[in-house]
Ligand binder design. Structure first.
Ligand code: ACO
Length: 330
C-alpha cells in the first residue's frame, strides 16, 4: 500500500477589522462593567466589521490573499478552499465559492464547514486528509466569522464575548517530517440547545415573529457551556498528548480556541504547561469563533521554530470539540 503523505502549514494570513469595541464601549450599551468582563472572560476589546456591504467572505478573502502573497503563489494554483464559519454570507452559495471569486482561484473547488468554534480545527483535519489521500496539493483552510451579525447587543451575557475576524493557512504536502501528525474530533448533539441560533434555518425560517422575538441571534446557557467546554478541551488535549506519548516538556505551544481565558487556563493546567507556552490573544479580539486558532498562529508565527510541537485544541457549539498535534514546518 502506498504510504500516506503528510501535510504541513506553509503560510498563515489574517484579517481584522479596524473598529475596536472596548469593554468601556459595552458599558454604555448594556448593564456590565470592564472589571466583570476582564475577570470572567479575559476580554478587553474585540474587532467589529462595520461596512454593511462586507461580511465573512470578504474577511476570508483578505486573509487568503495574505497567504498567497506570503507563499508567493497565484490563486490559480489553489486546488481546494475550505471555509469554516457559522456566519456565512448566505445560507447558500457557500462562502468558499464567494472567496474563490474574490481571489480568482479559478481552478479550485470549495465548500463550507459548520462546526462552530471547532470549525477551523475540523477544516484543518479535512484539508489535511485531502493532501494525505493525494486528492490535492494546495489547500486553503480558512476560519472566518462576522459574529457581530448574530450577536444581540441587548443581551449582556453574550454580547461581551464575540468579535469579528478571519485567519487562513495554506496546507501543502510535507517531505521533512514536519506537519499534521494526529487529530482527534468529537461531537455530541446538544439537544437542550445550550448554544444555538434558533431562527434562520429550515425549522424556523425568517418571519415577522422570529425577528420580533430576536431569534436570529445567539442564545447561550453560559454556565452549562462553560462546564462542557472546560471538560472537553482539557480532556481532548490530554488524550492527544497520551496517544502520541508527549510529555508537557515535549509540547512547545498550546494553541487554544479563545472562548474564555478561564477555559484556556484550565486546559493548560491539566496538560502541565506553564503560561509562557500558551497562545492567548482573547484580550484583543474576544471569541472570533472559527478564526481564533489561525489568528493565534498568525500572531505567534515569528516566535515558532521549525519542528516545534504544537497542540491545537477547541470546543464549540454542537457540541463539537477536538485537538490536533502538529510539528511546525515553516
Ligand atoms: N456583566 C455583568 N454581569 C453579568 C454579565 C455581564 N456581561 N453577564 C452575566 N452577568 C451576571 C449574570 O446575570 C449572573 O448574575 P446572577 O448571579 O445575579 O444571576 C452572574 O453575572 C453570573 O453569571 P454566570 O453566567 O454564572 O457567569 P459565568 O462566570 O459563568 O460567566 C460566561 C459567564 C462568561 C458567559 C461563561 O459562562 C462562559 O464563558 N461560558 C462559555 C462560553 C463558551 O465557551 N462558548 C463556547 C464557544 S461559542 C461558539 O461555539 C459559537
Amino acid at each position: 500500500m502506498a504510504e500516506l503523505k503528510r501535510s504541513k502549514i506553509t503560510a498563515v494570513g489574517h484579517f481584522l477589522p479596524e473598529k475596536r469595541l472596548t469593554n468601556h464601549d459595552l458599558e454604555q450599551m448594556v448593564d456590565t462593567d470592564d472589571e466583570w468582563i476582564k475577570t470572567r472572560t479575559g476580554i478587553e476589546e474585540r474587532r467589529i466589521l462595520e461596512d454593511e456591504d462586507k461580511a465573512s467572505a470578504y474577511m476570508a478573502a483578505e486573509a487568503a490573499k495574505e497567504v498567497l502573497d506570503q507563499r508567493g503563489i497565484s490563486a490559480e494554483e489553489i486546488d481546494v478552499i475550505i471555509v469554516a464559519t457559522v456566519t456565512p454570507d448566505y445560507l447558500f452559495p457557500a462562502t468558499a465559492c464567494l472567496v474563490q471569486n474574490y481571489i480568482g482561484a479559478a481552478n479550485a473547488f470549495g465548500y463550507d464547514l459548520s462546526a462552530a468554534c471547532s470549525g477551523f480545527l475540523f477544516a484543518l483535519t479535512t484539508g489535511s486528509s485531502l493532501i494525505e489521500a493525494g486528492t490535492a496539493e494546495k489547500v486553503l483552510v480558512i476560519g472566518s466569522d462576522k459574529m457581530s451579525s448574530i450577536v444581540d447587543y441587548t443581551d449582556r451575557s453574550t454580547c461581551i464575548l464575540f468579535g469579528d475576524g478571519a485567519g487562513a493557512v495554506l496546507l501543502e504536502p510535507s517531505d521533512d517530517g514536519t506537519g499534521i501528525i494526529d487529530s482527534i474530533q468529537h461531537s455530541e448533539g446538544d439537544t437542550n440547545c445550550a448554544l444555538y441560533q434558533p431562527a434562520g434555518g429550515s425549522l424556523n425560517p425568517a418571519s415577522e415573529d422570529t425577528v420580533a422575538q430576536r431569534q436570529h441571534f445567539i442564545k447561550q446557557d453560559g454556565r452549562t457551556v462553560f462546564k462542557k467546554a472546560t471538560e472537553g478541551m482539557a480532556d481532548v488535549s490530554l488524550e492527544i498528548m497520551e496517544k502520541n506519548n508527549l510529555s508537557a516538556d515535549d509540547v512547545a505551544w498550546l494553541v487554544p480556541h479563545q472562548a474564555n481565558k478561564r477555559i484556556i487556563d484550565a486546559t493548560a493546567n491539566r496538560m502541565g504547561l506553564s503560561s509562557e507556552k500558551v497562545m492567548i490573544n482573547i484580550d484583543k479580539y474576544g471569541n472570533t469563533t472559527a478564526a481564533t486558532i489561525p489568528l493565534c498562529l498568525y500572531d505567534w508565527k515569528d516566535e515558532l521554530d521549525h519542528g516545534d510541537n504544537l497542540v491545537l485544541a477547541a470546543f464549540g457549539g454542537g457540541y463539537t470539540w477536538g485537538a490536533i498535534y502538529l510539528k511546525w514546518g515553516l
